[in-house]
Unconditional design. Structure first.
Length: 223
């Protein structure tokens, strides 16, 4: 199984993204948190900024939309050339239709679930998405600790994915670091967003490799 480490630039220096991107060039994708100060109580980047990031990034962009009305706004982010666009199920009127639209525009389509959202209703429609993002903190701010209760959703999703051989990435976002990534990988995650766990380090490339190796170890020891 392929393991992916996607550093979140929410923990990066916003003034100099190009230099920051260079320090994480051995990552798999760059995770871009788009927040509108409505769906979550924080404000980050709009579509023009993401389009500019797309031009300077050495890696594909993994765009996570924490916004209201994704039916209106998500297609525009796909049109920037973003490799993956993830929207929140709680904000979407029709997640399946929106995922199909994003796919038609050439982006991978992801659906995200907040900690309090039940994964069960989505298990039967996983093949409509390219990625399921299980939020392991409340969305909105970096630096939070992982919410342990969210991990049962990771395990449930992995059982369904494996049982039916569904081609989908299983991503976790929030509080992931070198101390817990192996355990979360063992439960079934294969794609890991890490913010502070990467950007707090002087040698960020070495930290990415540490996270990757521990995640691979967890995947290899799944029951």
């Amino acid at each position: 199984m392929t393991v992916r480490i996607n550093p979140s630039i929410l923990s990066a220096d916003f003034v100099n993204f190009q230099a920051e991107f260079d320090t994480i060039s051995n990552a798999d994708l760059i995770h871009v948190d788009v927040m509108d100060n409505h769906f979550v109580p924080n404000l980050t980047f709009g579509q023009p900024m993401v389009a500019r990031m797309q031009q300077i990034s050495p890696l594909p962009l993994d765009v996570h939309l924490m916004i209201e009305n994704p039916e209106r706004w998500a297609p525009g982010f796909a049109e920037t050339g973003a490799y993956s666009v993830t929207f929140h199920a709680e904000a979407s009127q029709d997640p399946v239709a929106l995922a199909r639209t994003l796919r038609s525009l050439g982006a991978r389509a992801g659906v995200a679930l907040k900690p309090g959202t039940d994964v069960e209703p989505f298990l039967e429609i996983l093949d409509e998405f390219d990625m399921l993002l299980v939020m392991t903190v409340e969305p909105g701010f970096g630096g939070q600790g992982l919410i342990e209760d969210t991990l049962q959703k990771v395990a449930k999703a992995r059982r369904k994915i494996d049982a039916e051989k569904i081609d989908i990435w299983l991503q976790v976002d929030g509080g992931i670091d070198e101390n817990n990534i192996e355990r979360v990988a063992k439960l079934g995650a294969d794609t890991f967003v890490a913010g502070n766990a990467v950007f707090k380090n002087v040698d960020r490339k070495a930290q990415i490799e540490l996270l990757r190796n521990r995640a691979i170890s967890g995947c290899n020891h799944r029951q």
